[in-house]
Ligand binder design. Structure first.
Ligand SMILES: Nc1ncnc2c1ncn2[C@@H]1O[C@H](COP(=O)(O)OP(=O)(O)OP(=O)(O)O)[C@@H](O)[C@H]1O
Ligand SMILES: Nc1ccn([C@@H]2O[C@H](COP(=O)(O)O)[C@@H](O)[C@H]2O)c(=O)n1
Length: 227
């Protein structure tokens, strides 16, 4: 019987974790788990409830009581998965500028991380999973059989994120931020995420500035095949 395998893909905002991780999971027939979506879902709920994003104790309680589920994409609208919070579909709502502005602060609290990391580990217990985030290889799944850390320059990650928002929202959309605003947001999130975003010592770092998604996937499959 093929060994159950856990693949961790970490890296900063816009490095390509979700895109590469989802395609890799689909190619291998593995479960795909975007842990960032879990932090975003909790942040969305906290904003809905009017909680103070600085209040780690209240946010930890909310994380324990909330039902956050990442399931298969039952709607064909470009989503990678469906995220529900207490049964409400929030798949796109968790990508709002307000959630993006607040999620790193919410995620910085140990009370929040303790609860979500436990949930992430439970999801990975079956093995045959591709889990993406910031701290998967270093903290969540330290025994993962394959650990990849994707990175790219700030400017390249800004260009990618801006292009993604432009495609999703359209040039005339009132919520479309400027490239400078996108870059500033990524820089800010990098700073807040720093403590929870260090590559695991045994992670393989792939610098993706001059690589296409297909080339990144090819490198990961080559690395995995040599194991
Ligand atoms: N190697 C690449 N070359 C060009 N574009 C890329 C590459 N990797 C990802 N992209 C594009 O960049 C955008 C951001 O990628 P993605 O959402 O996968 O990043 P991420 O690391 O998951 O970011 P976040 O942590 O903020 O969710 C997407 O539109 C994606 O298609
Ligand atoms: N394992 C993780 C994953 C994410 N975060 C925090 O969530 C934010 C949003 O994640 P995206 O992948 O959707 O960008 C991210 O900026 C982190 O603040 C985390 O702490 N740990």
């Amino acid at each position: 019987m093929e060994q159950a395998e856990r693949i961790a893909i970490d890296g900063p905002a816009g490095a390509g974790k979700s895109t590469v991780g989802e395609r890799l999971a689909r190619c291998l027939g593995y479960l795909y788990i975007d842990t960032g979506a879990m932090y975003r879902a909790l942040t969305w709920l906290a904003l809905q409830r009017g909680l103070d994003p600085h209040d780690g104790e209240a946010l930890g309680r909310l994380a324990r009581e909330a039902s956050i589920v990442i399931g298969y994409p039952h709607i064909d609208d470009g989503r990678q998965y469906t995220v529900t919070v207490n049964g409400e579909d929030v798949t796109w709502a968790i990508r709002s500028p307000e959630v993006t502005r607040t999620v790193s602060l919410v995620s910085s609290h140990p009370e929040v991380r303790r609860v979500l990391i436990e949930a992430q580990r439970a999801l990975a217990r079956a093995g045959r999973v591709v889990m993406v985030g910031r701290d998967i290889g270093a903290v969540v799944l330290p025994d993962a059989e394959l650990k990849i850390y994707l990175t790219a320059s700030l400017e390249e990650r800004g260009r990618r994120r801006y292009a993604e928002l432009l495609e999703r929202l359209g040039r005339d959309h009132p919520a479309l931020p400027s490239f400078e605003e996108v870059l500033a947001d990524i820089r800010r999130r990098d700073e807040i995420d720093r403590d929870n975003m260090q590559p695991a010592p045994d992670a393989i770092v792939i610098e993706t500035d001059h690589l296409s998604v297909a080339q990144v996937l090819e490198r990961i499959c080559h690395i995995r095949g040599k194991r």
